[in-house]
Design a protein around this ligand. Structure first.
Ligand code: NDP
Ligand code: A1CAB
Length: 284
């Protein structure tokens, strides 16, 4: 896979017939909004976004040149695709609020962790097409990955539209809904875990005498390059690790410290805990 196809999503042609509402334009909703505009997925007059605070709506409206309000029902009524970007516990009240706008031909995309497609379908009260998506923050650089799963009333064409929408922020993968909490614990939360690892590697570099900016660059580029090696060579990570580990060299001494410190087990436990918590978020 070339550098270009990995780091930058394929250019998405404008879809003039598609009108999108983003209900809850916070950190993740905002990243998606910017990507949709930047990729000409929708034009500014085809996107309707909401937030909770009126002053934020006003500021974002000016910043992006789009219709931005606190009126979820009005936004949803004008859109073909309705993206739910509020916190998981807020989803039921939001769906209740926009119910009059949820006709069967609309497509609902929910990025809320934990919230089942069936609970949104049930709240809508009829056969509503609901796709659950779990993006991650590298979406900001079109280097994210979004896992998608279909509710009961989703057509292949609607899933293709959802994939096209999320390809503006990186790669997509379709999974069964039973895997969505695990996805949340791994790739949804994962950037935070990896930032801690990068931060720690940089701190280590400072500890062994490197200037902080050089240490941070070395740590981050090494992480990026190593991830690309896994993705682009297709080799098992263990094999790639072995190629770095010269017999009786220094790397194996470092690995011994990692194993003694339990890094492997700690990361497994972190993803397990995040997955467990992801199962609970819909209930607050
Ligand atoms: N952050 C991440 O890495 C990821 C988050 N997610 C999911 O995305 C969702 C949002 O998370 P995140 O962006 O981090 O959270 P934020 O708190 O940044 O965003 C929540 C947004 O919802 C808005 N909001 C709250 N109540 C309403 C309402 N009644 N009507 C309209 N908008 C409302 C807030 O408005 P205001 O700005 O005015 O307060 C805010 O903009 C969550 O469900 C989370 O599970 C999924 C993948 C990754
Ligand atoms: O921490 C959270 O709950 C959200 C979901 C995945 C990433 N952030």
């Amino acid at each position: 896979m070339s550098e270009e196809t990995y780091e930058v999503a394929a250019p998405t042609p404008a879809m003039p017939q598609l009108r999108v509402a983003i209900l809850g334009t916070g950190k993740m909703g905002g990243i998606l909004l910017q990507a949709f505009l930047k990729n000409n997925l929708v034009s500014p007059d085809q996107i309707f976004a909401t937030v909770h605070h009126p002053e934020r709506a006003q500021a974002l409206s000016v910043q992006y040149g789009i219709e931005m309000t606190t009126d979820n029902l009005a936004a949803a009524s004008q859109a073909d695709v309705i993206l739910l970007g509020v916190k998981p516990v807020q989803v039921p009240a939001l769906v209740e609020q926009i119910r009059p706008a949820l006709s069967p031909e609309k497509l609902v995309l929910s990025i809320a962790a934990s919230v089942m497609t069936s609970s949104i379908e049930k709240a809508a009260g009829h056969d509503l097409a609901v796709i659950r998506a779990m993006p991650n923050t590298p979406a900001m650089l079109a280097a994210g990955i979004t896992a998608l799963c279909a509710g009961r009333f989703v057509s292949e064409q609607q899933m293709a539209i959802a994939q096209r929408i999320f390809q503006t922020v990186g790669r997509t993968v379709v999974v069964d809904e039973k895997h969505m909490d695990a996805v949340t614990g791994l790739s949804g939360s994962g950037p935070a875990f990896l930032y801690i690892i990068i931060e720690a590697l940089a701190e280590a570099g400072v500890n062994v005498g490197l200037p902080r900016d050089v240490a941070t660059l070395l740590a981050a580029q090494t992480t990026l390059g190593s991830a690309r090696m896994v993705l682009e060579t297709g080799y098992h990570p263990a094999l790639l690790k072995d190629a770095v580990t010269t017999p009786a060299g220094c790397t194996v001494d470092g690995i011994l410290e990692l194993e003694e410190g339990g890094l492997r087990v700690t990361l497994i436990k972190a993803v397990k805990r995040a997955t467990q918590r992801a199962k609970e978020l819909a209930n607050g």
